[in-house]
Design a protein around this ligand. Structure first.
Ligand code: SAM
Length: 329
């Protein structure tokens, strides 16, 4: 079992397989996209699989594939299928914007993916275009439909942004009436690749809950599962649930069980740290698995206490300006 220097269990890896995306959400990246990584800078599938195998051997039990948009990377199912066969891995899941997802759902299910996080900030096609700068709303909804048709566990992630989609909070909550989905509202973070000026957090988790209570004062608190990043709720009689993720307020660091690997192979032991340990570079320099394990254990033993401390300790990129797509959101 992996335990960090603050006594927290580490058993969850988020692996970003690309920085590229087929949407241009203004809160994540500039309209022109990012300075995309070249093929050489990206981790290869072999390197990703080797890292996952080692980390699973060390104690990682759950892997989530993210990006960028995972489905824009060629032959992504080959990687997913290999990862799903790792001995000791208990859970493989994926975070997607849903645009290309629908045709992959049967195969995802076949390899054992049971849960998918789908990003959807609005139920209005015009606002979707304004936020994502792409006309893909119908495809995302088709992706959602396919997931539900195949009885996948679906969590819908919606970033709450002042002046952009706060009118969507109640309609998104209302999806839980008849659909067995978990709708999770996320505080906006500054990680926007300088796509727009971050003016500070306007809608924190308390304000989001207050907004829901204006229409649903009877909303009930649920017991949060272990390691949950969301405060969880349900409206009596509704099939689905509601979560609120204090991603900027960072209230859940005390039980954080996750690490990340960015598309270029940087290990992050906190979303707010600036990496520094590049696993891909070490592998390409011929580092053995035993030596890699030693380096990884050292990193786990030097984890920041919380996202505030990690932010303060940043030296490579002092501001929180990189895109979530290049971090592995
Ligand atoms: N392309 C996939 C998707 O859209 O779900 C996976 C990558 S995306 C970077 C992962 C999650 O990060 C999405 O739910 C997205 O909304 C969220 N995200 C991106 N930028 C964010 C920001 N500045 N603040 C909060 N969440 C953000």
């Amino acid at each position: 079992m992996l335990i960090d220097n603050h006594g927290r269990k580490i058993n969850y890896l988020r692996l970003a397989v690309t920085d590229r995306c087929n949407l241009r959400c203004f809160y994540c990246m500039p309209e022109d996209g990012l300075n995309w990584l070249s093929r050489k800078e990206l981790m290869s599938y072999e390197e990703m699989l080797q890292s996952c195998a080692l980390l699973v051997k060390m104690g990682i039990q759950k892997i989530r594939i993210t990006g960028g948009e995972p489905f824009v990377r060629k032959d992504i199912m080959t990687l997913l299928s290999s990862i799903s066969q790792l001995d000791g891995l208990q859970d493989l899941s994926i975070t997607t914007n849903g645009v290309l997802t629908a045709p992959y759902v049967p195969e995802l299910k076949k390899i054992g993916v049971r849960s998918v996080n789908l990003s959807l900030d609005t139920l209005d096609a015009n606002r979707f275009f304004a936020i994502t700068r792409r006309d893909e709303f119908a495809n995302v909804m088709a992706g959602l439909d396919a997931l539900l048709q195949h009885d996948m566990e679906v969590k819908i992630n919606a970033v709450v942004m002042d002046g952009k989609n706060t009118q969507d909070i109640i309609p998104l909550v209302e999806m839980t009436k008849d659909l067995p989905v978990s709708v999770r509202f996320i505080e906006e973070m500054p990680f926007n690749g300088d796509g727009h000026v971050y003016t500070g957090l306007q809608w924190d988790y308390v304000r989001i809950l207050d907004e829901i209570k204006t229409k649903y004062p009877q909303i009930q608190k649920l017991t949060d599962p272990a390691y949950s990043t969301s405060y969880n709720y349900q409206i009596p009689g509704h099939k689905g649930t509601i979560g609120i993720i204090a991603a900027y307020s960072r209230t859940f660091c005390g039980t954080c069980n996750r690490i990340r690997i960015t598309p270029q192979g940087e290990l992050k032991t906190c979303l707010y740290d600036d990496g520094g340990l590049n696993i891909k570079d070490l592998m390409r320099a011929g580092t053995s698995d035993d030596d890699l394990q030693t380096v990884l254990l050292n990193a786990f033993g030097n984890r920041a206490k919380d996202g505030w401390e990690a932010e303060k300790l940043r030296v490579i990129h002092p501001g929180l300006h990189e895109s979530m797509a290049s971090i592995g959101g």
